[in-house]
Design a protein around this ligand. Structure first.
Ligand code: ADP
Ligand code: MG
Length: 697
């Protein structure tokens, strides 16, 4: 099974090298190189029946053939007329050696011919261009042809025909595949044997419906999808279980009285969704069974920071410290300001640690001696030399900006502290299950009252002037505007230049008379702070920003968000940007600038933004359009990609596999029973190929 694919008949060193490009090294890999779609060649037809546009399979003999020396495309052209007892059909090949073709398609030899029927533009004759052909040996056996035929992911130089021949030859080996799904579970979920499933998914038996195959609804497809999800979920279940025995997480007091006192610090009542999230967090922090590892997700502005503060206060009231790590200095400083304001009448010590901190050594001392109760900061928090007296809870804001390693670093600053991970990129449930399957998830799906909905509209070159007029009008009425310019990472320098040129142009021409500020990633942090402060205080009318990161600010007076090249952003990113306006009482607008036109994919995609303000609906659409691999853009590396399972299409199987995996690990927490040995082995292999087991979550 683990032998190189070269052991398969017909696969030599050259083909083996090409297979390797597809990720197929061993025979096992080949068995798991599944078709991406199928063609129905099961109906063998008579030539008289065929119609233009049809995909047909025929049994016919060569009536005549002719090699033409030079076709329009330069290479040789070969034409053959195939016949059966009902008529003739032409076949044409371009770019072939006439000699070789003549030797192959000798008159009267019998063939199985398959392909799509087209009309020759010159002669009007029904023709199949580049048909798949196989010698017919007359015994009625149709080999790889007269059946539902797989179409595989291929690569240059490796034809469908070679891949099909290889998988067909490999089918004998399927029998020896070891199934890591325990037999009892296979029975319970009425799943077929693994070997049968593999064989059927490559080469479906006669009578299987094409519709079922295309939608992955056959029993055999389900089995393979289940296996894939089950393996990933078992890994997550095991990992989660593995945390509990050795690390029990401090049991803190988080009773109703304490929670009531904490809530009294806020000048508003929590929303129902916030209350629910806080209750879940309080439960985690007080149960003493294992450290909290909870993902808190919700739209920008839904009030996550407030909940993070509540979690921090649970810790401080239990004589422990809290750390809140944000991805940028601006965000860390802003959170620091907000939290300090909430706590101004208390004696909770709040400190800010960033690489720009002035009194760094003093702050480090306070963190070390425990007089800094709540510490806000950036990556600076996880650097060496930062020592906490007793870290009780670690909060990570905008988690997708941090790598898993950085998250782990922060957790290591304490003795298995409770951990709260926050994200404003709502993650569809299905995706959360695969990505964060070992985390508990709280969702805030409600905005605080009094928000004004944001009007969203698309603009193009022709209507650009209208958009800029909107910016001017809003500024005249006392509002403020963001203009965001996307930076593409590879060409940051060029893009930055373009942004600066645009900034100057706006200042001189379109927005002359308004006060504009520019922030970008290359600016020194002191300068950045200065510009930001100007915008926050209302001195600046317009903030031009080159990156998403810099606009993570809360300015209730801002009423316009104009996004240049909106088509370059993911929908979830756009939604996050839009969340920066509509935070105060002003009616707010989101202007999406994009050179698209009705009917183009980019247009349709951006239209979603006009239609809904619901972050989860947008995330679902984003996921459906871009696929899970791209959902977070390039930042999210190591996302588990599946070979056959698709989390959106197969979400029911995912839920089933998840339950099966978690139930199993509940009963056998170490997977130490002999019947679970294959599963344990497979988990380690699977996770090691994707990320190291120790660092997930
Ligand atoms: P997030 O971190 O989810 O983007 P924040 O916690 O920063 O959201 O909250 C956004 C704004 O809403 C802040 O000014 C905050 O003080 C305010 N806020 C939070 N919760 C409530 C609430 N329940 N009622 C009214 N205002 C709230
Ligand atoms: Mg926040």
């Amino acid at each position: 099974m683990d032998q190189p694919v070269q052991y398969i008949k017909g696969v030599g060193p050259k083909k083996a090298a090409l297979f390797e490009k597809l990720g197929v090294k061993s025979i096992r890999d080949l068995l798991f190189h599944f078709p991406m779609r199928y063609e129905d060649r099961s109906q063998v037809m008579k030539i008289a029946q065929v119609e233009v546009g049809q995909l047909v399979t025929l049994i016919a003999h060569v009536r005549s053939s002719a090699a033409k020396p030079r076709g329009r495309r330069g290479g040789g052209v070969f034409e053959a007329a195939f016949a059966d007892d009902t008529g003739f059909l032409r076949a044409t090949w371009f770019n072939v050696s006439g000699k070789a073709m003549e030797a192959r398609f000798k008159p009267d030899t019998e063939w199985i011919v398959s392909g799509r029927v087209e009309i020759n533009r010159y002669s009007g004759a029904k023709t199949i261009y580049h048909p798949d052909t196989e010698k017919y040996d007359g015994d009625g056996s149709l080999g790889a042809m007269g059946r539902i035929t797989p179409v595989y992911p291929a690569t240059e130089g490796l034809t469908q025909k070679s891949i099909r021949a290889a998988t067909l030859a490999a089918m004998d080996h399927a029998q020896t595949l070891e199934d890591f799904v325990p037999e009892a579970m296979n029975k319970r979920y009425r799943l077929p044997l693994l070997a049968d499933a593999v064989r059927q998914v490559h080469w479906p038996a006669a009578g299987v419906g094409m519709d079922d195959l295309e939608l992955a609804r056959t029993r055999e497809q389900k089995k393979l999808i289940f296996n894939e999800f089950f393996l990933a979920q078992s890994g997550l279940a095991l990992k989660r279980k593995g945390r509990s025995p050795q690390r029990s997480g401090a049991a803190m007091d988080a009773g109703p009285e304490l929670i009531g006192k904490i809530k009294a610090l806020f000048p508003f009542a929590l929303t129902r969704a916030q209350d629910r999230a806080l209750a879940q967090i309080a439960g985690d922090m007080s149960d003493g069974k294992r450290p909290m590892i909870r993902l808190l997700q919700g739209d920008v502005g839904c009030g996550k920071t407030v909940i993070a503060l509540a979690a921090a206060l649970i810790a401080t009231r239990n004589k422990k410290q809290a750390a809140i790590m944000a991805p940028t200095e601006i965000l860390a400083a802003q959170t620091h300001r907000k939290i300090s304001a909430f706590l101004k009448d208390t004696n909770v010590g709040v400190a800010l640690l960033t690489s720009a901190s002035k009194d760094r050594s003093k702050t480090l001392d306070q963190i070390r001696d425990g007089s800094a109760h709540i510490v806000l900061g950036t990556h600076a928090l996880i650097q060496e030399g930062v020592e906490f007296a007793d870290l009780g809870v670690a909060v990570i804001d905008e988690q997708h900006r941090f790598g898993v390693a950085q998250r782990a670093e922060l957790m290591r600053k304490g003795d298995s502290p409770h951990t709260l991970i926050m994200t404003a990129t709502p993650i569809p449930r299905t995706l959360a299950m695969t990505l964060y399957g070992d985390l508990d998830v709280s969702t805030i799906d409600e905005l605080p009252p009094g928000r004004t909905p944001v009007h969203t509209r698309m603009y193009n070159k022709a209507s650009r002037a209208q958009a800029l007029a909107m910016v001017r009008d809003q500024a005249r009425e006392g509002g403020q505007a963001y203009i965001v310019y996307p930076l593409v990472e590879e060409s940051e320098k060029l893009e930055l230049k373009a942004a600066k040129v645009m900034f100057d142009h706006l200042k001189e021409a379109d927005l002359a008379g308004l006060k504009l500020g520019l922030v970008h990633g290359k600016l020194k942090s002191s300068e950045k702070e200065k510009v930001m402060a100007g915008f926050v205080s209302g001195q600046l009318d317009v903030l031009v920003s080159t990156t998403v990161i810099e606009v993570g600010v809360d300015v209730p007076n801002a009423s316009v968000m104009m996004i240049e090249h909106a088509e370059r952003f993911g929908l979830s990113q756009l939604h996050q940007l839009r969340g920066r306006v509509g935070r105060g009482t002003r009616e707010s607008h989101c202007l999406l600038m994009a050179d698209t036109f009705p009917g183009s994919p980019a247009w349709d995609r951006l239209k979603v933004m006009e239609k809904t303000n619901d972050g989860f609906a947008i995330a679902e659409a984003d996921l459906a359009i871009r696929g899970s691999g791209d959902f977070f853009g390039q930042r999210q590396s190591g996302f588990p990609e599946f070979r056959i399972g698709q989390i959106l299409r197969d979400h029911k199987i995912l839920a089933e596999a998840r339950k099966a995996a978690f139930d199993l690990v509940e009963k056998d927490p170490q997977l130490s029973r002999p019947e679970h040995a294959p599963l344990l082995r497979a988990i380690f292999k699977w996770w090691n190929e994707r990320f190291s087991l120790g660092s997930v979550g």
